[in-house]
Write a protein that binds this ligand. Sequence first.
Ligand SMILES: NC(=O)c1ccc[n+]([C@@H]2O[C@H](COP(=O)([O-])OP(=O)(O)OC[C@H]3O[C@@H](n4cnc5c(N)ncnc54)[C@H](OP(=O)(O)O)[C@@H]3O)[C@@H](O)[C@H]2O)c1
Length: 262
Amino acid sequence: MVRSRYSLSGKTVFITGASSGIGEACAYAFAEEGANLVLSARRGDKLADLSRNLDSQYSNKLKIFIGELDVRDPRKVDDFISSIPSEFSPIEVLLNNAGLAVGADKLFEATIDDWERMIDTNLKGLLYVSRTVIPLMVENGRGHVINIGSIAGREPYPGGSVYCGTKHAVRAISRSLKMDLLGTNIRVSNVEPGAVETEFSLVRYKGDKEKAKGVYEGLVPLCAVDIADAVLYCATCPAHVNVAELLVLANSQASAYHTDRS
Ligand SMILES: NC(=O)c1ccc[n+]([C@@H]2O[C@H](COP(=O)([O-])OP(=O)(O)OC[C@H]3O[C@@H](n4cnc5c(N)ncnc54)[C@H](OP(=O)(O)O)[C@@H]3O)[C@@H](O)[C@H]2O)c1
């Protein structure tokens, strides 16, 4: 028997945090499926480069809408979604990917501003975008929300209290949301990566390249494309299948604590 696939050709995928790493890799993966793309992040220059590269790779055959968006501002989220041209309606897939870890300090020594950046982006930002887009999906009777969680949403680790807290919350939100959406056709998936080599650690260590490199030392980590594959798998399952949770680890990682660095 052959796996039947849900076609994304000509459908719209909206990605937050598309300017690098997993979000950018997902833009390429969905483009390969023939989807039209709404790409957002704070760094507009990176989005413009991505859009140019996609245009040249796909000979301008895809519709691409890019726009700067800081998901921490609910008014900007509303304005951004209102500004998406009608030719991109309806949104078929919402990929809530924008997120970050900031710092790796013990809770009792950490900086409150670091906490706020994580909570405002990973948690409140995801909620603002979801609150604005999901009603449109409900109205349309179709859609798929894919949240990027983390292994940190299953296993807390030292120095990660607030980041782990936000990703635990994302997992809980994904599960509750699916309950809220029962009776609609809308799917909800929580994709949970382990260590992926992206700009993530550079952001966490505030530009300290040595510390960032140390995270992946001796490991064969995942790359962004590995997670894009997992996201695409969720999105292309037949309409009656909902991949509720998908934990994806490098073969050299067994848990948040167990890694083979030989
Ligand atoms: N890398 C890992 O090991 C790993 C593991 C598990 C889960 N994750 C999760 O995967 C997701 C993507 O991370 P990544 O690894 O691809 O890291 P990344 O390369 O640093 O990408 C993060 C993306 O989020 C965007 N972003 C950050 N703050 C934002 C804000 N306030 N508003 C809008 N966009 C914002 C960034 O764009 P701008 O800076 O241009 O805004 C960037 O495009 C995150 O949710 C992260 O928590 C990563």
